[in-house]
Design a protein. Structure first.
Length: 257
């Protein structure tokens, strides 16, 4: 059993706190951007515009992630505490909301430049597992999104929460949605028949959602929501929707049906 008593603050400059979660976002974006620019991008017209696209991407992640959390997970609270919507430093971001933000930002940017938005979304899909990996590690450090109680040898006690042994569900997600998903997408990218823009995006939605759906069985649901229909969490319900969307997208875009 491991004792988790990490400080969510990485370091402090005078009175300004730099948190692990912020560093996770920054690290994921920088590594993903570098990988796209130096290795993944082949078309020059995308390469020339990609730096400008990053700005749209960051806005989409932050705004979408925040609004997604508000709408999907805690709408009633923010309806009565509107000023707290802007207090992002207090936590409250939804991956699915950020995903929707990225999709909208990609469509707006691509249409503005007369390009195919799926070319950008495929690139983001390939490198997103990197950001997810660091994000889940930050969740672990912050003692948030923790797992259900268990007696498995690798259980973790989050002393900031209670003295119970729990599944390190954040690390499960870091491995599945980060490392494994990255390897899967890179494998399919090397297949010559997967050349039409949108295929990789479809595969990302399918595999991420399946991994997320599975891990949620070992993760404590949001306190204000609990379990919903068929004893599924909100994250699982949304994941099922995205599995369907990803499957439809993959079928439409895959030229070798």
């Amino acid at each position: 059993m491991f004792i988790n008593n990490f400080d969510p603050v990485a370091f402090q400059i005078i009175s300004f706190e730099v948190r692990w979660y912020s560093l996770a976002y920054i690290t994921g974006i920088i590594i993903g951007w570098s990988l796209c620019k130096k290795i993944l991008i082949k078309k020059s017209n995308i390469n020339e515009k990609f730096d400008d696209y990053i700005t749209y991407l960051i806005i989409g992640i932050i705004v979408g992630g925040r609004l997604g959390y508000i709408v999907f997970y805690n709408f009633n609270y923010y309806l009565h505490n509107v000023s707290d919507i802007f207090k992002i430093w207090q936590g409250g971001m939804s991956f699915h909301g950020g995903l929707l933000g990225v999709i909208i930002a990609s469509i707006i940017f691509a249409k503005k430049n007369n390009q195919d938005p799926f070319e950008y979304m495929d690139l983001v899909s390939l490198v997103s597992p990197i950001g997810i990996f660091f994000g889940r590690l930050a969740n672990f450090i912050n003692s948030e999104l923790y797992g259900t109680t268990t007696n498995v040898p690798w259980s973790v006690t989050f002393v900031k929460i209670d003295n119970l042994s729990r599944h390190p569900s954040q690390l499960y997600e870091a491995v599945l949605e980060g490392i494994i998903l990255f390897l899967i997408l890179m494998y399919f990218r090397k297949k010559n028949y997967l050349i039409k823009p949108g295929v990789i995006s479809g595969l990302f939605l399918i595999f991420y959602s399946l991994f997320r759906f599975f891990v949620e069985f070992y993760r404590v649901p949001d306190e204000q929501l609990g379990y919903l229909i068929f004893k599924l969490s909100m994250g699982q319900i949304i994941s099922l929707i995205f599995v369907l969307i990803g499957s439809i997208l993959f079928y439409i875009k895959n030229e070798n049906k």
